[in-house]
Design a protein around this ligand. Structure first.
Ligand code: BG6
Length: 486
């Protein structure tokens, strides 16, 4: 943890979608709960030529649209923290005026205060922005840099961005966002595994048969035409969010809950991922169909042209280490699937010998289902005897042992993932941010899949919007005798 709290937050891309939907609402909600440093000033910057007042108006509209009224608190107090400086980040000239603005709003004594910069801009502007910040003296020891995805499109381009940033900031002042790590249920994975004695002894290939991770979305392109068509599901969702989930499920117990210990363990998992072969991956692209009873167009229609970008992918992989020997990890994600659900299924092995078999009772292997969103439930399936006199033989049935997190913690505030991450950025805690070696291990594995697709001429199969992807995704698990959890 770097030892200063930021008293100025500089938001690049401040008029953009992420800022309006997530960043400003998260900051306002934190302010309403009295969690922002009292003197924190927030400076927005983007290309739009607007003044402080117009930026505050834009922010007010965003808050009214994206933050529930009961979380807004006194919006006036929050809006008062905001100021704005227009900037063309592609050339260094404007950065002097930006630095002047940052100095002007700084109310701190120079001793204690620092600056946190949040970069949520097109990747092509990363390099010029870093150069501009260096030119204007905004990269000093009390400055932290937070980077939002996409950080490149492959290992090489991500290394270029990381090199550019590393030229101005040491790793302990670089905060790479993966917003899934800000989700309470994702952090709860660590509590489940490492705050309970029950799971660790069985968390290995002796007892676990396979693991499934599903991130299903009902939305389509959402107007992000150019970005998404250049990315596709593999790079948009698997490279970051899904691999982070996998790493948390599979990692060894860290020695403490600190940034180095946790990230050291995650990166070992990411490096142990087996290179996927084309025949163990599936890609798909949605065609017109219906989601939640509503007719929706196909991807190519939304895009306005044919495309080979995958909007669905399913992958079978392994973590090649002692703990996970022979345990398949099945990943699947897609747009325009029947429901919005993110969940992890841990399927255990069957009991080695069933004393009930001779009495006609079948057994189901146990499983643990961890709901990340929208349901935040942890369900352990157990076999139980169906009550009765058993005259026709014993009958057993699977029953759930279920904890619904929202009701177990009914008294606590549910928060936007970015609230936690922005607060950690301001305080300087990197535990829930992704380290460079993790990102690079992720890209290394993803690039190999893309190379396999390229070498094997893999193009996405079509699936009807509102279905669970192409039938090949079902075949991927069925040939191992496994069904996707639905
Ligand atoms: C983003 C992706 O990182 O995550 C989007 O770019 C996706 O395509 C989003 O929709 C999903 O986030 P969440 O929090 O809604 O699951």
């Amino acid at each position: 943890m770097t030892e200063f709290a930021a008293d100025r937050l500089l938001l690049f891309g401040a008029t953009g979608d992420l800022s309006r939907r997530k960043l400003l609402p998260s900051l306002c909600a934190l302010d309403a709960d009295g969690l922002l440093p009292e003197r924190l000033a927030i400076i927005g910057t983007a290309r739009s030529d607007i003044d402080d007042g117009e930026f505050r108006n834009m922010a007010r509209e965003a808050l009214e649209q994206f933050l529930p009224a009961e979380r807004r608190g006194s919006m006036a107090q929050f809006l008062n923290r905001l100021s704005y400086q227009p900037l063309d980040a592609s050339s260094v000239e404007g950065f002097d005026a930006l630095a002047a603005k940052v100095a002007e709003v700084g109310q701190s004594d120079e001793e204690n205060g620092g600056l946190a910069i949040f970069l949520s801009t097109a990747p092509s502007l990363f390099g010029p922005t870093i150069a501009g910040l260096q030119h204007a003296g905004l990269t000093g020891e009390k400055v932290r840099m937070c980077l939002e995805k996409p950080l490149g499109t492959d290992l090489e381009s991500s290394a270029e961005i990381n090199d550019a940033v590393a030229g101005a900031f040491p790793e302990e002042r670089i905060f790479r966002i993966d917003h899934y790590l800000g989700k309470e249920t994702v952090q709860n994975l660590l509590a489940l595994r490492f705050a309970n004695i029950l799971f660790e002894p069985i968390w290995n290939s002796n007892i676990i048969e396979h693991v499934q991770i599903t991130v299903a979305e009902t939305v389509g392109l959402e107007g992000r035409v150019t970005f998404y068509d250049d990315a596709g599901a593999l790079r948009d969702m698997v490279q970051n969010h899904m691999l982070q989930l996998l790493a948390l499920v599979a990692m060894e117990p860290p020695t403490s809950f600190d940034a180095t210990a946790v990230r050291d363990e995650k990166v070992k998992v990411l490096r142990a991922l087996r290179k996927a072969v084309a025949s163990e991956t599936v890609t798909g692209q949605y065609r017109a169909g219906a989601v939640n009873g509503q007719a929706v167009p196909g991807y190519d229609e939304e895009l306005g042209k044919p495309s080979n970008t995958e909007t669905f992918t399913a992958i079978k992989t392994h973590v090649d280490n002692w703990r996970w020997k022979g345990v398949p990890f099945y990943l699947r994600t897609g747009k325009r699937l029947p429901e919005r659900v993110t969940e992890i299924l841990v399927k255990f092995r069957c009991v080695p010998h069933s004393i009930f078999e001779s009495m006609g009772a079948g057994l189901q292997p146990n499983h643990l289902l961890i709901g990340i969103q929208p349901e935040e439930d942890i369900t352990l399936s157990l076999m139980a005897k169906v009550p009765g006199l058993d005259e026709d033989g014993v009958r057993l049935r699977e029953v759930p042992l279920k904890i619904a997190m929202p009701s177990a913690f009914a008294e606590t505030q549910r928060r936007i993932a970015y609230e936690r991450l922005l607060l950690d950025l301001i305080k300087g805690d990197q535990t829930l941010f992704v380290r460079r070696d993790e990102v690079e291990a992720q890209w290394h594995w993803i690039d190999a899949i893309r190379a396999e697709w390229e070498a094997n001429g893999v193009t996405p199969k079509t699936y009807t919007a509102g279905s669970w992807g192409p039938s090949a995704a079902i075949a991927l698990t069925e040939r191992d005798g496994v069904s996707w959890h639905e």
